[in-house]
Write a protein that binds this ligand. Sequence first.
Ligand SMILES: O=C(O)[C@H](O)CO
Length: 313
Amino acid sequence: RVQFDLWDSDDVPVPRKELLQKVKGVDALVCVLTEKIDAELLDAAGPNLKVLSTMSVGFDHLSLEELKKSILLQLCVYVCVGIRVGYTPDVLTDSVAELTVALLLTTSRRLIEATHEAKSGGWGTWRTLWLCGYELANSTVGILGLGRIGVAIAERLKPFKVKKFIYTDVAPRPELASLIDAEYVSMDELASQSDFLTVCCALTPETKDICNKDLFSKMKNTSIFINTSRGGVVDQEDLYEALSSGQIAGAGLDVTVPEPLPTSHPLFTLNNCVILPHIASASYSTRNAMSALAANNLLLGLKGQPMIKELKL
Ligand SMILES: O=C(O)[C@H](O)CO
C-alpha cells in the first residue's frame, strides 16, 4: 500500500516552502518540470528518499550532480542503492512533433499576423505580396540534436515535399538519420543551409545558449527558427537582435527563459516571433500517458523493480 500526499492544483505549482516541508521523510516523489530537484530539496527529503519520478522527458530541472552525490553518500554507509530516477520519454514524441509542425507552419506562413489583420480591419484588397511567407516545398530542414523527436518531426514534414533533411549533434547518429534520410553536417553548415532550423536537443551545460549570435549570423535572412526543446538553449537577446534586424525571417518558440515569459518581454513586440506557453506535449492522451508512466515508474522503483523508463545516473 502506498500513502500519498497530492498537491491538488493544476493552476499553480506547489510553493517551494510547502514542498520542502512536505517532502520530509518521503520514500518517493513525483514531480513536474516546475520543481527544482536540487541539494536543498534532497536535504529536506532526507535519507528515506529512494525514488524520484518526473512527469517529463526533459530533466534539466533535476540536479544530476546532487542525485549522483546522494548515491555516493549512501554507498559510504554501505547501502548499495541510491535515488533512482524515472522520466517519461517516448509517450510525448507524437504530440511534441505535431505541435512543432504546427508552430513551424504558423510562423512561416504568418498565421498569427494574418488572423489579427482579418479581425482588426487590416484586411483590405487582395495584394500580391501581403502576408507572404516561406513554404516547406523544396526547402532544407535542419535539426539541431537528432533524437526520437527530431525524427518524428522530419517524418511529419516529409509529405510537405521537403528537399533535404540535415542535422547536427555531438556525433553522427546513423541509425536514426537513416530513418529520415538526413545528412550529418557541422553546426556552421546547419546554420547556413537550413531554411527551417528546428531545435530538438536537451538542455545541458554544453547546449546552454548554443543558439546565439554566432549561429543566427550564419543563417539565411529567409530562415525560420523553431524551438520546442528548452528556452535555455537560446540566447534570447541575440535572438531578439536577429529577428528585429532581419538577420533571420522568423522564430517560433514553445519554450523561453523564464517561463512564463513576462508580457513586457521585447520578443512579444515582434510580429515575426510566435510564442507559445510550453504546450508541446499538451494533448489529453499524451498528458494521460505521461502521468500513467510517471506513476508506474514510481511504483516499480518503490518495489525495487526496473522502471519502465529510468534515467541512468
Ligand atoms: O520535458 C517535457 O516533458 C516537456 O517539455 C513538457 O512536456
